[in-house]
Write a protein that binds this ligand. Structure first.
Ligand SMILES: Nc1ncnc2c1ncn2[C@@H]1O[C@H](COP(=O)(O)OP(=O)(O)OP(=O)(O)O)[C@@H](O)[C@H]1O
Ligand SMILES: [Mg+2]
Length: 213
């Protein structure tokens, strides 16, 4: 019954990659009945999950009206819905925020991405105001490069943003993660040391997310 959405209108920040890994982790490691709702026009996350040997339920729902109408009914059949939000479409993101219990915003540590994160936070604040509370919301640093000044500056800036919680876990840029979608796999399926490090980052991140519920 819980609806968790990955949103950020900025393309390429890691919404679909995080949504697929989260849905996979919930289904396989937490034994939850989970549905991924794919609101991304490229339908990358639903195609990715459908290509896996262990198929995780997924459904493409894209228009703002369909998202508003269908999410509650779908949620009734699952422990958790993971919604993979679209790039650029404010109205679809708004519709998701009107239905989500928790909104998670991946943010890449670049100037442009940090500015667009404030647009996502604005949409979240609007939804919270209309709904009188929910959705709870958090940001996390996604695709960060270890040891860079940009990463440290982004952490300093985001942790000073009063409106939204910043998760402690940083998901770093790793070739192992970039490789997963082409192989219809997740980092848990890969045996390299970098893949192992990424599994640990994702596990820490997802535990932090569940602790917010
Ligand atoms: N931690 C990471 N390390 C390396 N590559 C990553 C990481 N996270 C995502 N990527 C890669 O970055 C690209 C964009 O990621 P993804 O598709 O998840 O972003 P998105 O926010 O869903 O984008 P869009 O808004 O276009 O739907 C993909 O090629 C993906 O493989
Ligand atoms: Mg996407």
């Amino acid at each position: 019954m819980t609806i968790i959405a990955l949103i950020n209108q900025k393309g390429g920040c890691g919404k679909s990659t995080t949504a697929v890994h989260f849905a996979y982790w919930l289904a396989t490691k937490k034994k939850k009945k989970v549905l991924l709702v794919d609101a991304d026009a490229q339908q990358s996350s639903s195609e990715w999950l459908s290509g896996m040997s262990l198929e995780i339920p997924n459904k493409v729902v894209q228009t703002p009206d369909d998202l508003l109408d269908q999410i509650p009914g779908l949620a009734g059949h699952y422990d958790l819905l993971v919604v993979d939000g679209p790039a650029s479409l404010a109205e679809a993101t708004r519709a998701i925020l009107f239905r989500a219990d928790l909104a998670i915003v991946p943010v890449q540590p670049t100037g442009v991405d940090l500015r667009s994160a404030s647009d996502a936070v604005r949409l979240i604040k609007q939804a919270q105001s209309v709904r009188g509370g929910p959705p709870a919301a958090a940001v996390f640093l996604s695709r960060a490069v270890k040891g860079t000044k940009l990463k440290e500056e982004a952490i300093a800036l985001l942790s000073k943003t009063p409106e939204v919680t910043m998760l402690k876990t940083v998901v770093h840029q790793k070739q192992a993660i970039a490789d997963t979608s082409g192989q219809s796999a997740t980092v848990w399926d890969l045996s390299s040391r970098p893949a192992k490090e990424s599994t640990q980052e994702y596990e820490r991140l997802f535990k932090e997310v569940l602790a917010m519920l």
